[in-house]
Ligand binder design. Sequence first.
Ligand code: SF4
Ligand code: SF4
Length: 177
Amino acid sequence: MNLGEQLCLACGLCCDGTLFDNVQLGAGDDAQKLKALGLPVAVTRGRTAITFFRQPCVALCADRKCRVYADRPGQCRAFECGVFKDAQAGRIAEAAALRLVKSTRKKADAIRQLLRKLGDTDEQRSLGDRFRRTQRRMETGDVDAEAGETFAELGLAVHQFNLLAHDKFYTRVEAAS
Ligand code: SF4
Ligand code: SF4
């Protein structure tokens, strides 16, 4: 197993709803086949229809392998996060890259924990969706002091996570080959 595979199997952040809310399908993707494979492919309404499925991806297995790897969409084929690229190029050592993905997973888990504490237990939605939904609820409802403190903690944790994600993970998605 090469370093990239090791990293992804220790990580899964670009499939489990932590880094992305959804996967958009492109011209080269077979939406019907992906549907037949169990992916909840949907199409947005409006002038420019977008075909997509939500994350956390149902094809992500417990061992973080992709159940539809051979048929995965172009977006999935094309995306390599910054840590992955740095590790492949030797700009970051293997142990440091593994530590980084594991510590980032822990930070995402801590955010999920705070969301649960604030009453959002919907693990089938992306982290971003859950945070935005909780934010709306907290800003429009009656919030007691304890929930207010937890929400402040959540806001800080999400802010710090976003900085880390932009610094180390998000990269431009290259055109799929
Ligand atoms: S975020 Fe990077 S290391 Fe993690 S699974 Fe995706 S490509 Fe692999
Ligand atoms: S189809 Fe596979 S590679 Fe794409 S998001 Fe789902 S688990 Fe990840």
